[in-house]
Design a protein around this ligand. Structure first.
Ligand code: GLA
Ligand code: ZN
Length: 695
C-alpha cells in the first residue's frame, strides 16, 4: 500500500513556467511621478521580479465618479509590464470603496455587532450582502475582465484583499434567517439543535432569528456556531459573485484571494473549490526570542501546510511577506542577514511556487509609509533589503525544477475551524485559555522538528492516505467522523487523540452516554471528568515500566488533566500526584491493524518530542532526511517521485554542521556536488539538496 500522494502539478500560469517573484505594486499612488514609474520597471528587472499584484486598492483611481471609468493608467502599466517580461496578478478592487459610493449608498458600509453602521473609511469594511455593493462589484469586475482578461501581462486574478469580518445590517439578518431556515426546515429542529429551552430562548417565528450581539444574544453556542458558518458561506458567495464575470471573459486565468494567518473568522476550507490556487500573507515575528527562531518557524510551517492542504497538496502562492519589517507589529524588527532567503525558501519548501511581498515601493504617505518594501524612500537599489530581495530572485531561478512538485506527507494533523469556534466559545474547564491553537501547534512542532512532512487537514478530509493521524483536542466530532477514524485505525492507521475530545456534535450538543462520544470505542477509554488546573498548579505523569514507547522518567502536566477509565486500552503512563495519582494518563488501544493513543493531560517539556519520536519510528513514517538534526535546524522535502528536493533550514543564529545519510547530493543553490557527506550552514542559512528518490 502506498500512502504517498505524489504528483507533478503544472505551473500556476502556463504563460510563465517559472518560480514567481514579486510584490504588491501601487502605481496609482505615483501617477504624478512618471519618473518613479519608469524607474520601477528598471528596478523590478534588477531585483529579478517577474510578477506584481496590481490594482488591489485602486477603485477610486479606476472609477473616480460613479459610472466614469479611467483605465488608461492601468493600460499603460500593464502594457509596459508586457514589454518588459513582467506579469501581473490583477486585483478586483472591492477591498476598499471610493467615498462617493459610501456617501451615496450607505448600505455598502458594514453594520457592527452592536448594530451601529460604520462611517466611511479604512478598508475591508463593506457588507457582503448589500445588493448595491454587489452590483457595483459586478460592473467593475466585468469592465476589468473585458479589458484585461486576455492582456498578455495578466496571469491571474487577485480577488479583493484579506476577506474577514461580519456585517449585521438588515440585509445580512434576512440572509441569515434564510440560511437558518434552509438548514433546519422546521422551528422544532432549530430549537432542538440550538437547545433553546435553556433560559427560555425558544424561537417561535423565523423572524426572531437575529445575529449574535454584545447587547443581545451571546449564550446560545450553537447559534454562534451557525452565525460563523453563515459568515463563511456569505463571504464565499460574495467571492463567487466576484469571480463570475472574470471567468466569463477568460476561464483559463486562475483566481486566488489572499488568506491570513490562522484567521479565526472564516473557515478557509470552504474556499477550496472556489479558488484555482490558494495564497496567503505571512508575517511572522522573526527574532522575537534570543537566538532561536524555531518556535516561530514551526508556526509558519504549520500555516504553510494548512494552505497547501486546502487544495489537497497543490502548490500555492506566498502572496505577501515583508522583505524587511512590518509597521504594525509591537516591535518592527529587521530580518537578520540570511533570514530573508531562509523564510522565503521555507515557503517554497512547504509547497509554494512563489515568493511575493508587501510591498514593492513604500507609499509616500498614510498608514503604510514606514512598512518594509523592496524599494525604500531613498529610491535606488543600493540598500541591504534590495540586495536580499535580488538574492531570493537569483535563488528562485535555480529552483525551477521544484515547480509543481509535491510534499509527500504520510502524517496529518487535524486543525478544524468549526472545532476551534466551538471550543473557544464553550465555557468549560479553562476559560482563561483553553489553548486549542497552541495545542495543535505543539503537536505539529514535534513532527516538524523531526522533519516529518505533515498535512494539516479538517475532520471531514480523507484520512486513508495517511499512516499517522493526530487530532489534538477534537472537542467537536461531526457526524460520521468517529466512524471514519475507527475505520482508519482498523485498517492499520495510528491515531493520536488528547484530553477534551469527543465532547459535542456539530450542533455543540454534548454527547450522551459518556465521553469521548463516538471516539470511545476506538480509544478504548471512558473520560469521566476533566480537571482544570490554575497556572501555578502542576501534576506530572509517570511512564509505566516497559511501556511500548520506551518513555522514561517523568513529564510535567499542566492546565488540563482528564480523569479516564480504560475500556480495553493499555496504560502507558499514570498521574503522579493529586487525588488521581496512579490513574491512567496515557493509553494505547489496539483495534484491527492499528493503534489509538489517548493523551489525557496537557504535557509540557520533552513529552511531545519523545512521544512522537517513538511513534514515528514505530510507524515507519518517512522524514525529509533520516539523520539527527541539531536543535533549530529543520528539514523539509518536495518531490516529483523521481528526484527529492531537500531543504535544510537553520533557524538559529549559530553556524551548524549536518551529517547527511550517505546518498549523493547536489547543492542546487551553489551548483556543486557535495563530496564529504556533510554540510555546513551559516547562521540563518538554507540549502536545497537534490538527490534521487529512494524507491
Ligand atoms: C496585509 C494587507 C496588505 C498590507 C499588509 C501589511 O497583508 O493585505 O495590504 O496592509 O498587510 O503588512
Ligand atoms: Zn450587511
Amino acid at each position: 500500500m502506498t500512502y504517498q500522494n505524489i504528483t507533478k502539478y503544472p505551473p500556476i500560469s502556463e504563460r510563465i513556467p517559472r518560480m514567481l517573484h514579486g510584490a504588491d505594486y501601487n502605481p496609482e499612488q505615483w501617477q504624478h511621478y512618471p519618473e518613479v514609474l519608469a524607474e520601477d520597471i528598471r528596478l523590478m528587472k534588477l531585483a529579478k521580479c517577474n510578477v506584481m499584484s496590481v490594482g488591489i486598492f485602486s477603485w477610486v483611481s479606476l472609477e473616480p465618479e460613479e459610472g466614469v471609468f479611467t483605465f488608461e493608467w492601468l493600460d499603460r502599466i500593464l502594457d509596459s509590464f508586457a514589454e518588459n517580461g513582467i506579469y501581473a496578478f490583477l486585483a478586483t478592487p472591492s477591498g476598499a470603496r471610493p467615498a462617493w459610493m459610501s456617501q451615496k449608498y450607505p448600505e455598502v458600509l458594514r453594520v457592527e455587532a452592536n448594530r451601529v453602521r460604520n462611517l466611511h473609511g479604512f478598508r475591508h469594511n463593506h457588507c457582503a450582502t448589500s445588493p448595491v455593493y454587489r452590483e457595483k462589484v459586478r460592473i467593475m469586475n466585468t469592465k476589468l475582465a473585458e479589458r484585461y482578461a486576455n492582456h498578455p501581462a495578466v496571469i491571474g486574478w487577485h480577488i479583493s484583499n484579506e476577506f474577514g469580518g461580519d456585517c449585521h445590517c438588515d440585509y445580512c439578518q434576512e440572509a441569515f434567517r434564510a440560511w437558518v431556515q434552509d438548514k433546519y426546515g422546521t422551528l422544532d429542529k432549530l430549537n432542538h439543535a440550538w437547545w433553546t429551552t435553556f433560559w427560555s430562548h425558544t424561537i417561535t417565528d423565523w423572524s426572531q432569528v437575529e445575529s449574535p450581539a454584545p447587547h443581545g444574544e451571546t449564550q446560545v453556542h450553537a447559534m454562534n456556531l451557525d452565525w460563523r458558518r453563515f459568515v463563511t458561506d456569505q463571504t464565499a458567495d460574495f467571492i463567487k459573485h466576484e469571480i463570475v464575470p472574470l471567468k466569463a471573459a477568460n476561464p483559463a486565468i486562475p483566481v486566488t484571494t489572499n488568506l491570513m494567518e490562522f484567521f479565526e473568522g472564516l473557515n478557509y476550507w470552504k474556499f477550496a473549490d472556489l479558488l484555482d490556487v490558494i495564497s496567503w500573507d505571512s508575517y511572522p515575528t522573526w527574532h522575537d526570542r534570543e537566538g532561536d527562531d524555531s518556535r516561530q518557524a514551526a508556526k509558519v510551517a504549520m500555516m504553510h501546510d494548512i494552505i497547501r492542504s486546502i487544495k489537497g497538496g497543490k502548490p500555492w502562492m506566498l502572496m505577501e511577506s515583508t522583505p524587511s519589517l512590518t509597521n504594525w507589529q509591537d516591535v518592527s524588527k529587521l530580518k537578520r542577514p540570511g533570514m530573508h532567503l531562509l523564510s522565503s525558501l521555507q515557503a517554497v519548501a512547504h509547497g509554494s511556487d512563489t515568493v511575493q511581498y508587501f510591498q514593492w515601493r513604500k507609499s509616500r504617505g498614510s498608514s503604510e509609509k514606514l512598512h518594509g518594501a523592496v524599494v525604500d524612500h531613498v529610491g535606488h537599489e543600493h540598500t541591504r533589503v534590495f540586495g536580499d530581495v535580488t538574492h531570493v530572485g537569483n535563488a528562485l531561478e535555480k529552483l525551477e525544477e521544484v515547480i509543481g512538485t509535491s510534499v509527500p506527507a504520510e502524517a496529518a494533523v487535524i486543525f478544524d475551524w468549526e472545532n476551534r469556534w466551538g471550543i473557544n466559545d464553550s465555557q468549560g474547564p479553562r476559560n482563561k485559555g483553553v489553548k486549542y491553537e497552541e495545542t495543535a501547534e505543539a503537536h505539529y512542532l514535534a513532527l516538524w522538528e523531526q522533519g516529518v512532512p505533515v498535512d494539516v487537514i479538517h475532520m471531514d478530509a480523507d484520512f486513508s492516505k495517511y499512516k499517522l493521524l493526530v487530532a489534538p483536542m477534537l472537542y467537536m466530532v461531526r457526524s460520521g467522523v468517529g466512524e471514519r477514524i475507527q475505520k482508519f485505525v482498523e485498517n492499520g492507521g495510528i491515531f493520536v487523540a488528547t484530553y477534551w475530545s469527543g465532547i459535542v456534535d456539530e450542533h455543540d450538543l454534548c454527547f450522551l452516554g459518556g465521553f469521548p462520544g463516538p471516539l470511545r470505542k476506538t480509544l478504548g477509554i471512558w473520560s469521566e471528568e476533566i480537571d482544570g488546573l490554575h497556572d501555578h498548579d502542576r501534576n506530572h505523569i509517570l511512564p509505566v515500566e516497559g511501556n511500548e514507547l520506551d518513555l522514561q522518567g517523568e513529564y510535567e502536566a499542566v492546565e488540563l488533566c482528564d480523569l479516564i477509565h480504560t475500556e480495553g486500552a493499555e496504560v502507558l503512563a499514570v498521574y503522579g500526584s493529586d487525588f488521581y495519582a496512579g490513574r491512567p494518563a496515557l493509553t494505547v488501544n489496539r483495534l484491527g491493524q492499528g493503534k489509538a493513543y489517548y493523551i489525557a493531560s496537557r504535557n509540557i517539556g520533552l513529552f511531545h518530542s519523545h512521544f512522537y519520536r517513538s511513534l514515528i519510528d514505530d510507524a515507519g513514517i518517512s522524514k525529509a532526511l533520516n539523520v539527527k538534526l541539531p536543535h533549530g535546524v529543520n528539514t523539509a522535502i518536495r518531490t516529483d517521485g523521481v528526484h527529492d528536493y531537500i531543504f535544510i533550514l537553520n533557524f538559529t543564529h549559530e553556524p551548524q554542521k549536518i551529517m547527511l545519510d550517505g546518498r549523493t547530493y547536489a547543492d542546487m543553490l551553489e551548483n556543486h556536488v557535495i563530496e564529504d557527506g556533510s554540510i555546513q550552514l551559516d547562521a540563518y542559512a538554507v540549502k536545497v539538496l537534490k538527490t534521487e528518490r529512494n524507491k
